[in-house]
Design a protein. Structure first.
Length: 457
């Protein structure tokens, strides 16, 4: 059962839950963002398997299953094989049940079933009721068996394999309210790696500082910061960071709101510092950030090296590292892999990867190795546009022609923080680019800030 993936990362549709894009995000999205590692851990401990798994929550959907105005969370891995359903109590996710390629979740009204094959001619189903944002597990399992004549025989049993009364089973199932079933293939699944945008800004070590990415004119010593939401204290931004370099800047002008962005102009106090800060970079190759002095008390700009055109492309020949990639992505064949950055101080190496398509789904990602061990990734799944010549016209972004490296994020700053390693990245699209802050949380990089920029020609 393949999920219906979104093509445009970060577009909030919430199709199945009835939430419209213009509505305020529900509080449950904050709960998700605050409990990412709990949700990640649940994906690795499917009770239907004996050993821990390597799956991650790549897609999510919010559903008000019981109609109480509060949302439940359904997450799946990018291939749609592994998943989990959660309710929320006091802001914490509570696992309802798991699913995998064999045991699949189905939801109708407020009744959740998990069913799959239990051998030749047998089908087993577990049931849960969602009531007042809590789950109630049925005290029985249903077993449907087909006899030699093609007749279906239904039995109910307890977990101890004792017979369970059919009448009692029906009484439990009749507690469910009516409603049409959810169709996973028709849902607007969202990219899980974007949920960090719903962290409470006032309490977050980075979001409370609101770093702003900059379009530089290096020769003119003019640096225009752009952001979608605007800031009230633009004059207090007095430092600019690019790679490990930090230079003092001064606010020069509020350039107003244009093309869906607020714009603020700055200059380096020492114009000659551009030679050190941007050595080897042209204006269109650099994307620094401006910050307030308080930002530097909690963020340590790290020295790192990175690939940029027209340098020679570097692959990965280390068999041990390649084996780790294969294990993490369930043996999915690699189409191409490229080194994109390295940070010696914490022995980090970053590679961009485009995998071969599988079941109509493309996958591009950035993986991070620490001391030779694969520790985290930024995964970008996308559904192909059918079959034939146009299947790869627009995959991860409009008109990307199915080339992940054309839109893979380029790293412009790395920050060491108590909340986790942060990457300050830019990624190009057709007539646009996005600037993002990615934070390492558990074994995933999660976007906590995202600004979308149209390119004016």
């Amino acid at each position: 059962m393949k999920p219906n993936l979104l093509l445009l990362t970060g577009v909030a549709l919430f199709c199945a839950s009835g939430i419209q894009a213009q509505d305020a995000p529900p509080v449950e999205l904050t709960y998700v963002a605050q409990n990412i590692e709990i949700i990640q851990d649940a994906m690795k401990h499917d009770p239907y398997f004996e050993k821990p798994l390597s799956y991650r929550p790549d897609l999510y959907q919010l559903l008000d299953i019981d109609g109480d105005g509060k949302y439940e969370l359904w997450v799946r891995d990018g291939g749609g094989d592994e998943g989990a359903l959660f309710t929320f109590k006091n802001g914490k996710p509570q696992i309802v049940t798991h699913e995998n390629y064999r045991m699949r979740i189905a939801i109708k009204g407020n009744l959740v079933s998990v069913g799959g094959s239990a051998g030749t001619g047998a089908f087993v189903t577990e049931y849960y009721l969602i009531e007042n944002s809590s789950s109630v597990k049925a005290p029985f399992i249903q077993i449907d068996e087909t006899d030699m004549d093609g007749n279906t025989i239904t039995r109910y049993m307890t977990v101890n394999e004792d017979e369970f009364s059919p009448g009692s089973a029906m009484a439990f199932l009749k507690r469910a309210r009516s409603g049409k079933p959810y169709d996973p293939d028709e849902m607007g699944w969202e990219q899980f790696n974007m949920v960090g945008r719903y962290l409470p800004a006032k309490s977050d070590i980075t979001l409370r500082e609101r770093p702003m990415f900059v379009e530089p004119d290096i020769a003119a010593n003019k640096f225009v910061a752009l952001c979608e939401d605007g800031v009230s204290d633009a004059r207090s931004y007095n430092h600019m960071i690019f790679k490990p370099h930090v230079g003092k800047v001064s606010f020069t002008a509020d350039m107003g709101y244009d093309n869906d962005l607020y714009r603020y102009a700055y200059k380096l106090n020492d114009p000659s510092f551009t030679k050190k800060m941007f050595r080897g970079y042209q204006s269109d190759e650099a994307c620094p950030v401006v910050v307030k002095e308080s930002f530097l008390r909690t963020h340590n700009p790290l020295q790192f090296s990175r690939w940029k055109e027209p340098e020679q492309i570097v692959g990965l020949g280390n068999e041990y590292m390649l084996k780790q990639i294969s294990d993490r992505y369930e043996g999915r064949p690699i189409k191409e892999i490229r080194w994109i950055a390295g940070c010696e101080i914490n022995e980090r190496m970053f590679y961009a990867i485009q995998f071969e398509d599988q079941r109509g789904v493309a996958l591009g990602c950035v993986v991070c190795f620490a001391e030779g061990e694969l520790v985290s990734s930024w995964d970008n799944y996308a559904e192909l546009n059918g079959e034939g010549a146009d299947a790869h016209q627009s995959v991860w972004h409009v008109d990307d022609e199915g080339d992940y490296f054309s839109i893979a994020p380029s790293i412009h700053c790395m920050m060491g923080t108590d909340a986790g390693l942060e990457l300050y990245v830019m990624r190009y699209g057709a007539e646009s680019y996005s600037t993002m802050i990615l934070r390492e949380i558990g074994d995933q990089f999660i976007c906590i800030q995202n600004d979308y920029h149209y390119i004016q020609y």
